[in-house]
Ligand binder design. Structure first.
Ligand code: NG1
Length: 395
């Protein structure tokens, strides 16, 4: 490994594709990701007993990335924006601090991190790193890792990097099941597994525009969350449900009623928003995306691939026009995939760069792949098979 140690265990923490349900996890609404067969691997050995027992040393197999060295007993502070070491630190900080002493990690690790996940591609390499290091620390401390509770803890942990993320990525990493997509609900976190049809494939095409969330994209991401939240406050008050969550409003009213109410209170300039109707468009994305997730569940259960594809494409249009998180390269990938015969296509993950996915009948996979490769390059296209969640293995 490094540090003159042999690893005792290997943690494998996969990345994910989000099939549908984008930018709504942090509004407490269900989303539908699956883990892919690419992952962050953490080779680890417990730190040596004695005065260095709480020391965490982490090297990265990427040669241009400098390693980290800190102690669990000392304040764990973030480094500059965009620094990869903030993710292991996020996990360590959350595990070194807890009101219950049984939930605290005191033993450090020597670890080597490697990854075959592209970074900044919307495939959740950051959460895979957080969960991977978190599991390494939990393991050497003999901490009970109820998967659900651990996913929620790692979701809170990752906010250390400054992004007010939802819980989708960490939950996908911890809870995914081979050949299934996970319909995740939040507050509290729960999962329903839906079998992914054998005859369908998902292609992922990386636009090459890096969306580094601990860097510049953080501000844009947090703005989306904040403007969605303020739109919610205004609409909830307008329909006589002041203080209600999106989930509560969507239970009490149908989407059309909510959008009518929203048109009344959000049509013009709204809060700090400058553009005409921006608040309304943000709100409309959240409400319509929630409905698309529910419809996608139905389409999967009924084996209606055409409908599922159409929902993905509609999701992309909403993310492009109403939530404004797409880019010209992502729009182009979506158009190319659809033109080549995909059932549906959309950006996946936060957007602002990163990857697009295409849902295809297995019979059309090669044609769509070839078309995407022309635009993105052969190395930038891969197929994503719904795979199992994170594992810890003795070596
Ligand atoms: P990615 O694609 O990893 O940047 C982010 C958030 C998710 C979710 C999506 C948008 C984190 C760790 N991840 O994902 O929670 O909000 O954007 O749907 O913040």
């Amino acid at each position: 490994m490094r540090y003159g140690r042999s690893p005792t265990h290997a943690v494998r923490a996969p990345g994910r594709v989000n099939l549908i349900g984008e930018h709504i996890d942090y509004h407490g609404l269900p989303v539908m990701p699956f883990a892919i067969d690419r992952a962050v691997t953490v080779l680890l050995a417990p730190s040596l007993a004695g005065s260095g027992a709480g020391r965490v040393r982490i090297a990265n197999s990427a040669s241009d990335l400098v390693g980290d060295d800190f102690r669990l007993f000392e304040p764990i502070v973030p480094l500059g924006g965009g620094d990869w070491r903030n993710y292991p630190r996020a996990a360590a900080k959350a595990l070194a601090e807890h009101e219950s002493s049984e939930m605290i990690c005191t033993r450090g690790v020597d670890a080597l991190v490697a990854s075959d996940l592209p970074t900044g591609a919307g495939l959740s390499s950051s959460s895979a790193l957080v969960v991977g290091v978190g599991l390494a620390l939990a393991h050497v401390n003999g901490l009970e890792t109820d998967r659900m509770a651990f996913a929620a803890r790692m979701a809170r942990a990752e906010r250390f990097v400054g992004t007010e993320g939802g819980g989708m990525d960490q939950a996908a990493c911890m809870l995914s099941r081979d050949r299934h997509v996970s319909l995740l609900s939040f507050e509290p976190l729960s999962v329903e597994y839906l079998r992914f049809p054998e005859e369908l494939s998902v292609l992922v095409a990386d636009s090459g525009d890096v969306a580094e969330k601990s860097g510049s994209v953080r501000v844009a991401y947090n703005e989306r969350r904040a403007s969605g939240a303020s739109a919610l406050v205004a609409v909830a008050a307008a329909v006589g449900y002041a203080g209600a969550s999106f989930a509560e409003l969507l239970t009490a009213f149908d989407a059309r009623e909510l959008l009518e109410a929203a048109a009344g209170v959000l049509a013009g300039n709204f809060g700090d928003d400058v553009g005409e109707g921006r608040g309304l468009r943000r709100f409309r994305h959240v409400v319509t995306e929630a409905r698309r997730v529910a419809n996608a569940r139905e389409a999967l259960v009924n084996g209606d691939a055409e409908r599922l594809g159409a929902l993905l494409t509609a999701s992309h249009a909403s993310l492009r026009d109403d939530y404004e998180v797409s880019t010209p390269s992502l729009d182009e990938l979506v158009e190319v995939a659809l033109h080549a015969g995909a059932l549906g296509a959309r950006l996946t993950g936060a957007g602002f760069g990163g990857a697009a996915i295409a849902l295809v009948n297995a019979a059309d996979e090669e044609a769509v792949r070839a078309a995407l490769e022309v635009v993105a390059g052969a190395d930038a296209v891969m197929s994503a098979r719904p795979s199992g969640g994170a594992t810890v293995r003795a070596l």
